[in-house]
Design a protein around this ligand. Sequence first.
Ligand code: FEO
Ligand code: CA
Ligand code: CA
Ligand code: CA
Length: 552
Amino acid sequence: TPTPTPTSFAVEFKPVAKTNANAVTVPDGYVAETLFAAGDAVVPGATAWSQGAFLTSDQTEKVAGGNHDGMHYFTLPHILPNEGGLLAINHELPDFNILLPGVAAGTTPNPATLTTEQRKIVLSAVGISVIEVRKASDGKWSVAKDSTYNKRYTGNTVYRVGGPASGVIGSTVIGMLNNCASGATPWGTYLTCEESTDNYLDPTQPAQGYGWVVEIDPQGQLAEPTKRTAMGRFDHENVDFMTDQNNRIAFYMGDDGTPGCIYKFIPSRAYAPSNRAANTDLLDNGTLYVARFNANGTGEWRELTHGKNGLVAGAVDPGNTSQGATTPATVNFNNQADVLINTKAAARVAGGTVMDRPEWITVAPDKKSILCTLTNNSGRQVVDAANPRIRNLHGHIIKWKEANDSPLATSFTWEILLLAGDPSLAAGGANLTGNIVGDTFSSADGIRIDPQNRLWVQTDHSVPGNSGLAGTTIDQAFGNNAMFYIDQTSKKSTRFLVGPTGCEITGIAYTPDLTAFFVNIQHPTSNWPEAGKQARSSTVVVRRTDGKPVGA
Ligand code: FEO
Ligand code: CA
Ligand code: CA
Ligand code: CA
């Protein structure tokens, strides 16, 4: 029986100042403790990474991958929900510096120089980790090292292929890649998103085998990990869902392309709330839609089904017109597999709006709003109402509301929640200043409205990066990448956490009572989390020393 969360609480914490400190900085009364770093043991008995040592591919298959990104906390039937559970954690990229000799933190070796064994090592460091985590009596969290739930799914693992494109791709694919952000289903499976549509390390693998949402049951009871092709192939960022009173469900997804579209997928049938197994393969049948944002504040979901909305043989793809002149291309959609394998083109043919790099999407618990971070698009040359800034260096956040607050809606209304940037950059041009009230930021990426309807935003401005103002780096303008609380009414932004040097802040998960927040520190570059040792991407637990909920 889940522990009820408090009915409501105001958000109150002492804001953190912007900083370039090589540390995780949190408000007074909070601690941020490293839980799970790249190279830590996952499978019981595994040999963990240690400073100065390099593991074999057999060993790296059993330890944490790198570049921790999206994640989700799942409760377990036999443990009180706030005392322990499973964390499923994406590994977007390897932390090459701990895998291969002579590679500096934050840099990537030339793939052409790698041996077969080194390629296997590198591919072992992407995918996901599933770890059981437990809270001790002093409130501190740790990995249950002996748990039989602890498991790796990597770039070398074999995945099932489900849905309409399986006939083209084949019934299995080796590897999943660029596991960026993620989501979960109401039946307790993890949806991990491939942000790459090709296998950059193994050209012998079929190109259509990547760029999918992969469903994995962290408890290992349902189907084997499966690429769900009905949900479309593109540079998937994350997934969030909305349900209705009849247990119908929609999954919302962004294509982090430059630019890319926003999608939703509606399974053909309702999900079964009390029978997990009945939902196996629910994601193989349904309808995919792309969002069109009209200038008058209305929007439409356009169906991406073969034979509809121009999705026929000889269709004309206008290309990414927002980046300047393009040459239209002819695309043949002969069946639904063609639509799903070439989803980006299908979306443009159907009239989807190409957005300034859709990163995370979050659905409010009251179902009255859905938010998406549009991280940035410095190459935009042609604006539209939903993407109103040329050379959009700092990005914006868009919000929409489904007709009748229904996941099955085919229309919506929308507005821009905020434009990122900072008034101190005004000399660099008006499109750099933004309209954030309070603590400013650039390049929102992670976003989540928690069960208390509180909005959290995490940033990924690239480091080293351009603030838009000559002589001012982006880290000088905004501090290191950080996490913010944003009041959805006043739009006031308050800085909650700042990451160490070179990292991006990503991944938001929490216990049901919100006393523990799990946050990922991705690609730190300077001897963090341990002084004097290689930098390692890590999951940290942020909690209050008095044990009360975060932000309460
Ligand atoms: Fe992997 Fe779009 O961030
Ligand atoms: Ca990243
Ligand atoms: Ca991201
Ligand atoms: Ca990003």
